[in-house]
Design a protein around this ligand. Structure first.
Ligand code: CP
Length: 310
């Protein structure tokens, strides 16, 4: 089995063999999730802390469910209800929690690099659940699992990431993972929302979504990260929708049946119209389902992955 990591901090540097191991392990867990009793004793005796310093619906619930399905003990930490409010630092918070004998930390933080910092001060396994605009590795893995389960492969598939590329940790992790797996990656959005020199990561840049749609097998539509943007990067949400919003009319330019993906949360009527989000092209809710299996696989493999998955 090609997996010998202590932490999962990003997709940058994760090998093809490691990605395949995670995706194949997640497929086994996906089968367990279809059973009447959706629980295995794999992480019995392990304690996982979910440290969320930023809001989350999908990632937080998905990790918690994955940990429960693996029989781990779980501590949920919410910054707004903690001593962080009294000035305690991230490092002191985590050192104190680790002193209570925990094994794994899942962390979401608005500062890029926060999970990396934690690996220097704690012995526990650290999983990045999103660090600012930097990386969101388990989102990229569940996106890749969705594409592979739906289209049979990642190799040679054309995936277009459409929207706010500059502020998106989902985009960065998808680019690293998809390029490693041999996919062609197009990025498309307003020039103000595409990082300079992003071509160096092996992607092709487009500023016109109507040129991208006929080439793509998959559209992964990204939210405008308004909370991370400075003002003035585009004139208005209405104008953004007119130029980059994915609508049913635009999809008529597709040359094959496209997979429509979105990591959530969606802004309906901005980056995606409701009829597209709810269409039979959309695999947005399936992404969420695969997310639990991916997080089970990551937790299992980081914990040593020694017990049988049964
Ligand atoms: N995709 C994603 O990270 O969603 P949440 O912010 O709800 O966790």
């Amino acid at each position: 089995m090609a997996f010998d990591r202590k932490h999962l901090l990003g997709m940058d540097g994760v090998t093809r063999e490691e990605i395949l191991t995670i995706l194949d392990t997640a497929r086994s867990f996906r089968e367990i999730l279809e059973r009447p009793i959706k629980r295995v004793p794999t992480l019995q005796g392990k304690t996982v802390v979910n440290l969320f310093f930023e809001p989350s619906t999908r990632t937080r619930i998905s990790f918690e469910l994955a940990e429960k399905r693996l029989s781990a003990d779980i501590i949920n930490f919410t910054a707004s209800a903690s001593s962080v409010k009294k000035g305690e630092t991230l490092i002191d918070t985590v050192r104190n929690i680790e002193a209570m004998k925990i094994d794994m930390v899942v962390v979401r933080h608005s500062s890029p690099g926060a999970p990396h910092l934690l690996t220097r001060v704690v012995d526990a396994n650290v999983i990045n659940a999103g660090d600012g605009g930097h990386e969101h590795p388990t989102q990229a893995l569940l996106d890749m699992m969705t594409i592979r389960e739906k289209l049979g492969t990642l190799e040679g598939i054309t995936v277009a990431l459409v929207g706010d590329i500059s502020h998106s940790r989902v985009a960065m992790s998808n680019i690293y993972g998809l390029r490693t797996m041999g996919a062609r990656v197009l990025v498309c959005g307003p020039s103000t929302l595409i990082p300079k020199e992003i071509e160096r990561l092996g992607v092709e840049v487009y500023y016109n979504v109507d040129e991208v749609i006929p080439q793509a097998d998959v559209l992964n539509i990204l939210r405008l990260q308004l909370e991370r943007q400075r003002k003035g990067l585009f004139p208005s949400l209405r104008e953004y929708h007119n130029y980059f919003g994915i609508t049913r009319e635009r999809l008529e330019k597709a040359t094959r049946k496209l997979l429509i993906m979105h990591p959530g949360p969606m802004n309906r009527g901005v980056e995606i119209s409701s009829d597209v989000a709810d269409s039979d092209h959309s695999v947005i809710l399936e992404q969420v389902t695969y997310g639990v299996a991916i997080r089970m696989a990551v937790l299992y493999l980081l914990a040593g992955g020694k017990s049988e998955i049964n």
